[in-house]
Unconditional design. Structure first.
Length: 581
């Protein structure tokens, strides 16, 4: 490979042929082996599902998977989680929801508070013991019978190299399961032996020894000798007979093991609920050659907070004799209950404390319904008895509305809004007829009258009415007396309720009959109370009626029950309730 004057390398052919030689290094390498197949995979898919409505998303879901062998766990705030499992390990699966708070301004009449789930606990199994008696027959002192049988058997057998093989004795014992008879061979010997001449065998075909080489020691043309044997076989038979048959029995005791499970409902706040697959066992992945897919679910059931009605007012009249407010006799201050009516009729008799209260409608000396108008008086008394039954019912409805509906609602709302309180307001009305000539007869009364002004502030005034006080031309005192006695009538029913008494005894009821020594003490009592009770005499209703009996529904005690927030000494409607539709 000479170089020219420019320094280039010139390649010259060899031997005058168009053949050229180059230096080339070629390393021969085998292709790499194919990669091994990937090991089988085990995948767990977990989904949190709303048990009531599977199409609805669970709020704030959480899933936790625990590797039991290492204690390692993975927890994610997801509704669906996929996790790769390892063979030879055990896993527990948990789930739930972090939903545990409510806000009153959330839209809707019902809101999900939290979720619950099933929990299955394995209890001790129930073991049932069963006994049964097995009866059988037993024979006592039977007789053993023995007999020997001799038979001869002839057979032709090939003669082997060892002639002793022809005289072997075989021991054999058989028992008949039906008769219990035992049979055994006691002797088996050859008594006669004759050689048998066999016909000559056909000559073998010639074999090409160049192709197949036979073993030298094997003589394929040699004939096999046979012998005729005659054997004597002696058989021994044994059986039992006779004896006494006895009936016997034994006790067989068996045990049944029944697994027991207890199902509870738990709060699934956080990853507290087990998956359906792992309620009573864990996920165990065994070595396998195939991929494994496990689909597991966690079922959660929502618990709802249903917004209560903000208020209920007892102010309307359903029918003539079925009013939803208590009411009174004309010129009388006590509620017309069934028990009260009978007592009032007695109190107005001679020598009793209402003997001189002739303004009261059912008084014996009343101008319209006195004893001199017997039929008219009888009819009116029966009419008031009918009224009284409705008053009894209406008072019970009022009491139940407070104790069974509003108190539990307030307890629940107080968790969401600590300023939540229950306001119970009584208002008593008289009719417009002048009562200035009538007087109050009874023990002096005093209470704290309260009402809510336009700004939401509660305004109080001290009220006292003594024995002999006029009922007033505008019925002011009469209305104030009616609200006092109406409230004490309902208060007696409220005190029959355990929950209400809990508040009352704990100083959590603002009671208008209590003696608050100063405005500051009264403000402290209002701030502390969970139930605020206000009572107010509303003078008279201005409705005019032509017939005196038409005034019956006008003389009434109205009741207002309302969930409120009490902040900065102001009454506001609670945002955690809904208006009655």
């Amino acid at each position: 490979q000479p170089k020219n004057n420019r320094g280039d390398t010139v390649v010259v052919s060899r031997g005058g042929f168009d053949l050229y030689m180059f230096t080339y290094s070629l390393e021969c390498q085998a292709p790499p082996p194919p990669p091994p197949p990937p090991p089988p995979m085990a995948v767990l898919n977990v989904t949190v599902i709303d048990k009531v409505d599977a199409s609805r998303e669970v709020l704030e879901p959480v899933i936790k998977i625990v590797d039991i062998s290492s204690g390692r766990e993975i927890m994610e705030n997801k509704a669906t989680l996929s996790y790769k499992l390892e063979a030879g390990k055990e896993y527990d699966v948990f789930g739930g929801s972090n939903k545990n708070t409510l806000f009153c301004d959330m839209p809707g009449d019902s809101l999900i508070k939290y979720y619950t789930a099933r929990q299955i606990n394995i209890l001790e199994p129930t073991i049932n013991r069963r006994e049964k008696i097995i009866e059988y027959d037993s024979i006592v002192n039977p007789t053993l019978n023995v007999a020997y049988d001799t038979t001869y058997v002839t057979s032709i057998v090939p003669m082997g190299e060892n002639a002793a093989n022809l005289n072997e004795s075989v021991a054999k014992v058989e028992i008949n399961p039906q008769t219990k008879e035992k049979t055994s061979i006691t002797s088996e010997k050859v008594v006669e032996l004759n050689f048998v001449k066999c016909p000559p065998r056909e000559p073998e075909k010639p074999v090409d020894i160049s192709i197949i080489s036979l073993p030298a020691q094997k003589n394929i043309s040699q004939a096999q000798p046979f012998v005729e044997l005659k054997k004597e076989i002696i058989t021994k038979r044994e059986w039992l007979s006779g004896g006494k048959t006895l009936k016997k029995s034994y006790k067989l005791v068996e045990f049944d093991t029944i697994p027991n499970y207890d199902t509870l409902t738990i709060n699934a706040i956080g990853a507290a609920a087990k998956s359906e697959y792992t309620h009573i066992k864990r996920i165990n992945i065994s070595p396998t050659t195939q991929d494994t897919l496990i689909n597991d679910i966690i079922l959660l059931e929502p618990v709802y907070f249903v917004k209560p009605v903000c208020s209920v007012d007892f102010v309307n009249f359903a029918a003539e004799y079925n009013k939803n407010v208590p009411y009174y006799q004309t010129a009388f201050w006590k509620v017309n209950t069934s028990r009260g009516l009978e007592q009032h009729l007695l109190d107005m008799q001679k020598d009793n404390y209402l003997e001189s209260a002739a303004c009261i409608e059912l008084h014996p000396r009343h101008r319209t319904y006195g004893v001199w108008n017997a039929q008219n008086r009888k009819n009116r008394i029966e009419e008031y008895r009918t009224y009284a039954k409705d008053v009894d019912k209406n008072l019970r409805v009022m009491k139940n509305e407070i104790t069974e509906h509003f108190l539990p609602a307030m307890d629940e709302l107080a968790v969401l809004s600590p300023d939540t309180k229950l306001l119970v307001k009584f208002e008593a009305y008289s009719d417009r007829r002048d009562a200035k000539l009538c007087t109050y007869i009874g023990n002096p009364i005093s209470y704290l009258q309260g009402k809510v002004d336009a700004s939401g502030k509660i305004v109080f005034s001290d009220e006292t009415i003594g024995n002999g006080a006029s009922l007033d031309a505008d019925n002011e005192n009469l209305s104030k007396l009616r609200v006092y006695f109406g409230y004490t009538e309902l208060l007696g029913l409220l005190k029959q309720d355990k929950n209400f008494n809990h508040y009352m005894n704990g100083g959590l009821v603002f009671n208008p009959l209590a003696n608050y020594l100063s405005a500051e003490k009264r403000a402290e009592a209002l701030a502390k109370a969970k139930i605020i009770i206000l009572i107010e005499g509303k003078y008279y209703d201005k409705v005019t009626k032509e017939n005196e009996e038409d005034y019956d529904p006008v003389r009434r005690l109205n009741l207002y029950i309302q969930l409120i927030n009490y902040k900065y000494e102001r009454v506001e409607q609670s945002p955690c309730c809904i208006e009655k539709k």
